[in-house]
Design a protein around this ligand. Sequence first.
Ligand code: SAM
Length: 241
Amino acid sequence: MFTTQDAWNTGYANGRRYRRLSDSERSLLAAHVPAPVGGRALDVGCGVGELAAHLSSLGYRVDAVDWSDNALAEATARYGQAARWLCLDIEGDDPAPLHADGYDVITLRFVYPFLKNREHAMSSLSRRLRAGGALVVVTPLAAETPVERRGIALDENELARLRAGWSATARHDVEGLAFVVLRGSHPDGTTPRVEAPADPWAGPASPSTAADPPPSNRADAGSPRPRTTKGPPTVSPSDHG
Ligand SMILES: C[S@@+](CC[C@H](N)C(=O)[O-])C[C@H]1O[C@@H](n2cnc3c(N)ncnc32)[C@H](O)[C@@H]1O
């Protein structure tokens, strides 16, 4: 259920917020993706930043991406230096601000159903995983979502498609949500940390020694950038989460 950048941004301006991170989700994160030494995390569609801040509290250095500058302004105000807040369209913008050396965990919480091209986005993100890393998708279950909000959720076929072809996957259903962990090689045949193709979202061309950005770059939330209006707008963010 694709939704435009402007619609998300307006939703945040109007006070729309999403379900808080639950204790069950925190436990699953601790169990499945404990932070390795020097661990780095990417939270895609971070909204107002709660999960990104939680990943930071687990010991990760966190990059948090959203295309809503309103959401990122609030994330910065709430959680400050917990993450590097980046205003990006994960499906379309130049990914140069992402960390060149990849991530140990990439999270998408209440985001995957809204992607315009799910397979392509996941393929691109998978190439940003470090060896041994995991992609974590948290999303409402269609069977436990009112029919009028079905678009925010995944049904069994969509969940099977999400998991298909990965070397190792795990799924936990908690409180109406699917918590899915994907590891190993991606269905399109790529493995983490491989040579990048021309696709700008496809990750680093080779292992990099890129250092952390300087502190002055660490809080660029809400920095003005032109907003793009994307393809077919659909629903109001008030229908989400
Ligand atoms: C339902 S909200 C979830 C926010 C947050 N993950 C949470 O759990 O509260 C979905 C978020 O994804 C962001 N988003 C959707 N499509 C995006 C894209 N293509 N690039 C970056 N962010 C995107 C929206 O702006 C919104 O903040």
